[in-house]
Design a protein around this ligand. Structure first.
Ligand code: GH3
Ligand code: MG
Ligand code: MG
Ligand code: MG
Ligand code: MG
Length: 312
């Protein structure tokens, strides 16, 4: 199909949001007033394949967190304009940074102060001079756990797709990019037809398999720069940056056709099932919620008109 190629900036950003996190190198933010100390830490991290960014001003920590989105913070204790503990407290006041690991790396040897730092939002305390092997092991294991926590927070466990909340967030991000680049973007809602009957006739686990099957098909057919989420039980949200209504119709209708041909196994036999879809487009509609609402109304039209169809 002819599909406008979105500006590379949009594509790259959404690809990064969609799949990048899993593959991207571990990212550490080093907050350290001594340049000598931060260089040494960054070299150790670098030797272990871990990316890092250092700031000497703890007051910049929040803006840097937002821009850089690290997986972990290595925090000095004693710095001229603000202590590491104060910086950590500010970080923890922001819900999006409630669970990012904060590991202290400081010359402070007073155990009472170390415990206080842990009580106020730190996850671990390492003293300088540090053992590079230990530093590396702690950073890696904290990041592994943090990434897997984030994966389960943002994704649906049945299908592995984005969950309801994160698909809406990603849609808003993509919409902002589309606005900035003046590119169209299509949004589709997909809902499996008569799904209650599937559950009633074949059982809930078979219903789950059908949901997984559609999730898989959609994932195969969409681009890495598209957005795909499980919006509800047997409902999916799709956003196609760069696509108009007409292009989105072609893409979705092809998937609709192919899905309707799939033979889902049951006992010694098989059954078919279908979905309906409704599509809306930016800039015809220009906010995320209204796009979803319009797509939902088109979906309702598709159901009313007899299901197994895409309505734009
Ligand atoms: P329609 O064609 O109008 O969409 O009919 P429908 O039967 O699909 O109606 P509706 O969307 O109201 O029903 C969806 C059903 O999907 C209801 C619920 O029991 C079932 N469901 C929701 N989540 C899951 C799930 O995770 N697994 C399974 N197996 N079923 C689910
Ligand atoms: Mg210092
Ligand atoms: Mg220090
Ligand atoms: Mg439904
Ligand atoms: Mg349904």
């Amino acid at each position: 199909f002819v599909r406008a190629t979105p500006q590379p900036a949009i594509m790259a950003k959404i690809v990064e949001l969609n799949g990048g996190e899993e593959e991207a190198p571990y990212r550490v933010l080093v907050v350290e007033d001594s340049l000598t100390a931060s260089k040494l830490v960054q070299r150790t991290l670098g030797e272990n394949g871990i990316e890092s960014l250092a700031i000497a001003q703890p007051r910049e920590v929040l803006t840097t967190l937002k821009r850089y989105q690290p997986d972990l913070i290595l925090m000095d204790m004693h710095m001229p304009d603000c202590t590491g503990v104060e910086a950590a407290r500010v970080i923890r006041q922001h819900t999006e940074f409630l669970s990012i690991p904060i590991v202290y790396l400081s010359g402070e040897t007073d155990v009472a102060l170390q415990i206080e730092a842990l009580r106020l939002g730190g996850d671990h305390f390492l003293t300088k001079p540090f053992n590079p092997v230990i530093l590396n092991a702690i950073v890696k294991s904290k990041i592994e756990r943090y990434r897997s926590l984030r994966r389960s927070m943002f994704h649906d466990s049945l299908t592995g797709l984005l969950n309801h909340t994160s698909s809406k967030q990603r849609l808003d991000t993509a919409l902002n990019l589309a606005m900035a680049e003046q590119e169209p973007m299509a949004v589709a809602m997909i809902d499996i037809d008569h799904f209650k009957k599937v559950n009633d006739s074949y059982g809930h686990p078979v219903g789950d398999q059908v949901i997984r099957s559609l999730a898989w098909l959609l994932k195969q057919r969409l681009r890495k720069s598209d957005i795909l989420g499980r919006y509800g039980g047997e409902e999916f949200l799709v956003a196609l940056p760069g696509a108009t209504l007409t292009q989105a119709f072609q893409i979705l209708d092809r998937i609709r056709h192919d899905f309707s041909q799939i033979k889902h196994p049951f006992n010694e036999t098989w059954f078919n099932t279908t979905f309906s879809s409704g599509v809306a487009q930016f800039p015809l509609i220009s906010n995320g919620e209204a796009l979803v609402k319009q797509a939902d109304e088109a979906l309702y039209e598709a159901k009313r008109a007899g299901r197994d169809r895409v309505v734009v």
